[in-house]
Design a protein around this ligand. Structure first.
Ligand code: ATP
Length: 317
């Protein structure tokens, strides 16, 4: 069913370097969330903090009543079993074939027999469309297939929460679109809570139920996809529309002179909000909303042309 993650006043630094402070958000059970942010704003650090690989300086991360930031090692071990993680490169063992890679967590963490393991591995390989490649080594398949294998491995312990660290890194737009469709289909099928860190704006615009943006050492905004895609807040608007005009500069925030210089520049209108990607497997997602429903409920007029079929760049496969 997926579980909720309640993050409150979370602050993390390394030595004197503050990464982010007072991050507060609730990742709703069973929904898909995307976390965005310029490079170096600590998205990966956030993922690692959520699974207890890094300890925050302050704040809490509560999952099923357990605060990961302060619980015992024993509780942490138990809570970690709720997570499946897809690392950027799939994190496959190079010398093991795909079957053994996917079976690895089952052999490590359960006492299942090899015949039970085979059933689970094949079921997950089928879910990600990799049946027939069990004997291949990770080096013998494409980057997109490696990511799928990484997802299959992340699924074998039936996680309630799946973290994806830049699932689209290194993939071409078509493979990214296929992978996004797989993510949406999986969410419909297993109903777990998904958190995706990505730089891909098209993914952010079309896949999630909610979007978060980390910027300048804090969480600039977190909320429903339609809220962020219709937002005029300068940082959110600049980032989600990949524009140069706005507070975000090349390597950090723009300074006062730079902002003054562009103050009379007219911003292009907000682009239409695309339809959200729907499952292709015929299974409705529990958190799927009617297009435009957030805007309607909140009295927000979406940009012209929003929610028209076939208007987004890449949503169909
Ligand atoms: N274990 C660590 N020790 C010290 N500093 C670290 C550690 N891990 C991350 N950092 C620092 O934290 C900052 C944020 O890193 P992080 O990788 O989370 O950023 P990111 O937003 O995921 O970046 P990108 O989008 O480029 O992947 C960086 O300055 C990085 O050097």
């Amino acid at each position: 069913m997926g579980v909720e993650i309640e993050i409150k006043d979370l602050t993390k630094s390394f030595g004197r370097q503050l990464i982010w402070g007072d991050v507060t958000l609730t990742i709703p059970a069973g929904e898909i969330c995307v976390m965005l942010g310029p490079s170096g704003t600590g998205k990966s650090v956030l993922l690692k903090t959520l699974i207890g690989l890094l300890k925050p300086d302050r704040g809490s991360v509560v999952i099923e009543g357990v605060d990961i930031a302060s619980c015992s090692e024993r509780d942490l071990y138990e809570v970690r079993k709720l997570f499946g993680v897809l690392f950027q490169d799939g994190a496959m063992f190079g010398s093991m074939n795909l079957y053994d890679n996917v079976a690895f967590p089952l052999r490590e963490h359960t006492k299942k027999s090899e015949s039970e393991i085979r059933k689970i591995v094949m079921e997950k390989m089928e879910l990600v469309g990799l049946v027939g490649t069990e004997d291949k080594l990770p080096g013998e398949i494409s980057g997109g297939m490696r990511k799928r294998a990484g997802i299959a491995r992340g699924l074998v312990l039936d996680p309630e929460i799946i973290l994806f660290d830049e699932p689209d890194s290194g993939l071409d737009p078509v493979r990214t679109s296929f992978l996004n469709q797989l993510i949406v289909d999986l969410n419909a099928q297993i109903d777990a809570t998904f958190l995706i860190v990505t730089h891909d704006i098209n993914t952010a615009r079309t896949v999630p139920d909610n979007i978060g943006l980390l910027y300048h050492k804090h969480l600039a905004m977190f909320g429903p996809r339609e809220m962020l895609l219709s937002s005029e807040e300068p940082v959110v608007r600049q980032f989600l529309n990949a524009q140069r005009v706005g507070p975000i500069g090349m390597s950090e925030e723009k300074d006062a002179d730079e902002l003054e210089a562009e103050k009379d520049q007219e911003l292009p209108p907000l682009p239409p909000i695309p339809m959200q990607m729907e499952p292709s497997n015929g299974i409705p997602r529990r958190s799927q909303r009617e297009p435009g429903s957030w805007c309607k409920e909140n009295g927000v007029t979406p940009p012209p042309g929003s929610f028209e079929e076939n208007m987004s760049m890449v949503t169909e496969v």
